[in-house]
Design a protein around this ligand. Structure first.
Ligand SMILES: [Zn+2]
Length: 59
């Protein structure tokens, strides 16, 4: 039994990143990204907007 391993798996649940401008759900990412930035958003390329936009984490 390795409790730390179980906790790691729980933290790795996938979330969706959606474009803040058009709402398209373009990316999925592990919840671990929260540790890299507390704002839970990233600058990603949106094929709908055809440019880089802010993508917010959605459920
Ligand atoms: Zn977009």
């Amino acid at each position: 039994m390795d409790i730390s391993q179980e906790r790691w798996n729980a933290d790795a649940q996938k979330v969706t990143l959606a474009c803040a401008q058009c709402g398209s759900r373009n990316y999925t990412a592990a919840k671990q990204i929260r540790r890299l930035g507390e704002r839970r958003m990233a600058n990603k390329f949106c094929s709908t907007c055809n440019k880089h936009t802010i993508h917010r984490e959605t459920e």
